[in-house]
Design a protein around this ligand. Structure first.
Ligand code: ZN
Length: 337
């Protein structure tokens, strides 16, 4: 098992051109703070929603950033041969206004999850956990390569120990496990889309466990976050509740949007490559997380399934535990000792 240590006391700017003098100490003050819908209390960690699938999770002085995407409304991303998409929203914070970041979880190498400016700007030694496909690209840039990239296959794990002040807390650690994901439907693709489908990168989900204990044998999870990644609702995901049991996932960050490529307005031949509202509810029913927070739902013009559709099904079916975050809002939660 891969094993690394991060030390939030060693302050480095998130971008390579950033200086320490003007480095903000904190994220911007959240526009609103949300807590557990029925059992609030004991909050000692938070998730700040930046936009698209970009979130920043803070616990024990460590900041973990997911799928960094800091483009602005009007900017374009390249998603594959002949397919680009325009961003419709702004991130809640700019890349160059970020405070210290200690770790990145990158579900896959796609422009709406790791955009061109992020790729050019992030400091090269920032630890990034991702797919083997993304690792190959990010470490093959010659002198411009990233130097701390770790890849995980589905159900492969790594331990990340957090250095903290002695006497503070007994060995806070993170355990990251790759989760299965399929960005492309398992059907024979329409001929015209073959080239595009071949270019869609493989994607992971993640199980991010915040807990205590230095190694795999002593690690005790205190909060479990399942991040779906850009997957469709596929059979591979059925393995997740088998491994973790029912009701043992505290939070699910679910990538919705029903991403449809090329944009339905451009071509009669379209494919849906992320979950829409209906599939999202199916995944909730499968994984049964305590709380669900939708992300990746309205930031690009290829996102064809609005959040309102998901809300409507959730309400109609009487499903509880969904927290809706707008960009710039946070969710605070309690990691058990
Ligand atoms: Zn995406």
């Amino acid at each position: 098992m891969q094993h690394i240590t991060i030390d939030p006391r060693k302050v480095q700017p998130p971008t390579r051109d950033g200086g320490l003098n003007d480095l903000p100490e904190h994220l911007p003050t959240p526009k609103a703070t949300n807590t557990h819908p029925v059992k609030p209390g004991g909050e000692n960690a938070s998730i700040y929603f930046v936009g698209t699938a970009t979130t920043i999770i803070e616990w024990q002085g460590v900041r973990i950033m997911t799928d960094p995407n800091f483009l602005h409304a009007g900017d374009h991303v390249h998603l594959g041969p002949g397919v680009s998409s325009q961003r419709k929203t702004n991130p809640a914070v700019d890349l160059h206004e970020l405070p210290r970041i200690d770790l990145v979880l990158l579900s896959h190498y796609h422009g709406d999850h790791f955009d061109q400016h992020v790729e050019a700007s992030l400091r090269r030694n920032l630890p990034i956990v991702t797919t083997s496909h993304a690792k190959k690209i990010l470490t093959s840039k010659g002198p411009d390569s990233f130097t701390a990239i770790y890849d995980l296959e589905p159900f492969q794990q790594m331990m990340i120990n957090i250095e903290s002040d002695p006497g503070n807390d007994a060995s806070p650690s993170l355990r990251v496990t790759g989760m299965p994901g399929k960005h492309v439907p398992v059907v024979k693709p329409i001929e015209k889309l073959n080239e595009f489908v071949g270019a869609i990168p493989p994607t992971n989900g993640w199980m991010l466990e915040l807990g205590h204990g230095k190694d795999a044998s002593s690690f005790k999870p205190g909060y479990r976050i399942y991040i779906s990644g850009d997957t469709l609702m596929v059979d591979d995901l059925k393995e997740i509740p088998k491994r973790y049991g029912e009701h043992n996932i505290d939070l699910m960050l679910i990538h919705l949007g029903g991403t449809t490529v090329p944009s339905p307005s451009l071509s009669p031949f379209t494919l849906m490559v992320t979950m829409d509202a209906k599939q999202g509810v199916e995944l909730m029913r499968l994984v049964k997380p305590d709380v669900t927070i939708p992300v990746h739902y309205d930031d690009y013009d290829v996102f064809a399934s609005p959040l309102g559709d998901f809300k409507e099904i959730v309400e109609r079916e009487g499903l509880g535990g969904v927290v809706y975050l707008d960009r710039g809002e946070e969710y605070r939660f309690a990691v058990r000792q």
